[in-house]
Ligand binder design. Sequence first.
Ligand code: GLA
Length: 388
Amino acid sequence: MINQTVHDELLAKFRAHYAKAPTVVAYAPGRIEVLGNHTDYNEGYVFSAAINYGTFFAVAPNDLGKNRVVAGDLMHEVTFPLASATPVKEDTWANYVIGTVAGLTVIRPQTAGFDAMFLGNIPLGSGLSSSAALEMCTAKALCALWGITADNVTLAKIGQKAEHDYAGCSCGLLDQISSLCGEQGKLVKTDFRTLKVETVDMGADVCFLMCNPHAKHALVDGQYNSRRQACEEAAAYFAKVLPHPVTALRDVSWAEWEAHHAGLDPIVAKRAAHPIGEDERVIEGAALLEKGDLDGFGKLLNASHASSQTYFENSHPEIDRVVAIAQATPGVLGARISGGGFGGSVVVLVRADQADAAKAAIAKHYQEQTGKPCDVDRIVPSKGASVL
Ligand code: GLA
């Protein structure tokens, strides 16, 4: 589900800026993370969905021997070389494009430059993966322009490497995989060890709300990376004390965590508890969805948020407030933080026939309690990235 107004605005701005039409336009959506927090880089499982907000990337070749990209909201242009581009220190939004270009030119080095512009409607810093959407629409458009055939996993890894090397965030593959593999009306269930992706129909009885209280979200400030390090340290410990092979926390059960966590630094033990518990919740959630037990599935969302608060400490007071308001709202089956954390958005699973009332009630109660607005939007699980 693409936003035609944003698309048309991008095309008009592209023509006005470059005095030509784009050769290729691609689109990539943001994502919600429904269940399975910080499990992706622990080789575990996640339920997510591509959403009805996304980013468009328009591009045409040039004969300048360099690449140009414009952020269509700022109408600001950044120029970078065809090969071996280093991250820029100003206009850091360009690093997601530059990093993706770096990955694609490893597959096929380029001798000519391009002129590009992007524009989207994913609220920035909302935990809806605007950066992955930018990487994936860049990748889709440039693959089409350059005649590169690459599968989704290859493209997702190029986006992930752009995050690692150009933005300083040691993220997993969740955001890119969700943006690429989404399907209309469906959840994406990914096994991040095998990278097998399935889609799951939730039916028409429930839908999602996304609540953004504009709490600070800065994955790049080191918190995300330190959580990942703690998980890796814990995995190395469990590999020593458990009788079976452990290459990631995916291989550790909750019972094993309970039996052995006392041997870990207490903070590292708490951090490890979260993805271990989340993996079990995703597995249980898949079984509940198969039985059509949406109430049970919603309760797992609530348990997931409690685990974020207790063990991973990646929530935020304003996010906790929204979660508490949502969980007490009629029609809501479950609510939790979505994505990396430390701010961002809350994903709410709600009965479809009560969604409008719940949407209004959550915004009203948040405003009453804080004097500040909370944006609440209905989210439609949507088709993944494509060339238009
Ligand atoms: C961010 C990262 C993902 C994933 C989530 C947490 O969105 O980019 O790779 O780790 O946080 O589940």
